[in-house]
Design a protein around this ligand. Structure first.
Ligand code: COA
Length: 167
């Protein structure tokens, strides 16, 4: 069966992740990021939030992914109040495919899926030294909501970045 493409840029296509894609996603995570998760974690997120777990394909191979959860809790954008939030748990593009708009496409497509799940804001954590990712998020309208000292195992701090989504 033809897999439903949700977005495209050049020869890159973004579609929902399927169970058979998870190993490729884990491999990309292993080669691109220092934060790894158990295999179970990926399958669990896919089972619970299939709409916001997307992969990017090039020439039949998976070269990027974005994995998000929908949560309910304190807003990162308003001083008081609760919000339904899309949480970008992890996003990555294989090195040789970067700078071609795939990261932007994955982020935009996941944001649209979050809005369909009634989320009004999106947020994520990013290493304070990850200039490339921070620049991408800023371009997409994310602002720094807070800073979490020693958030990562190696002691590095994280920025919590958030953006209003929908209407
Ligand atoms: C962060 C990351 C996902 C961005 O992915 P990407 O596919 O390179 O993102 P994009 O191509 O959309 O944007 C990156 C740059 O390419 C430029 N670009 C976008 N489309 C382009 C195109 N068609 N042609 C040329 N350049 C383009 C963008 O302007 C951007 O440049 P800038 O950052 O200097 O403004 C990627 O760098 C990555 O996987 N990093 C390692 C994992 C990681 O750190 N993840 C984030 C954890 S919080």
């Amino acid at each position: 069966m033809q897999k439903a493409v949700v977005a495209r840029v050049g020869d890159y296509q973004v579609r929902r992740c399927e169970r058979d894609d998870v190993q490729a996603v884990i491999n990309i995570n292993m080669e691109t990021l220092p934060e790894h998760y158990s295999d179970y974690f990926y399958y669990e997120i896919l089972a619970e939030f299939p709409e916001t777990f997307l992969v990017a394909e090039f020439d039949g191979a998976i070269i990027g992914y974005v994995m998000c959860r929908i949560e309910y809790g304190f807003s990162h954008l308003r001083r008081l109040g609760l919000a339904r939030k899309g949480h970008v748990v992890s996003v990555a593009v294989k090195e040789q495919h970067r700078g071609k708009g795939v990261g932007t496409l994955l982020m935009n497509a996941s944001q649209e899926a979050m809005v369909e799940k009634a989320a009004t804001e999106s947020y994520l954590e990013v290493r304070v030294t990850n200039a490339e990712a921070i620049a991408l998020y800023q371009r997409l309208g994310y602002i720094v909501a807070s800073r979490l000292e020693a958030y990562y195992k190696d002691g590095e701090a994280a920025l919590v970045m958030a953006a209003k989504i929908g209407q």
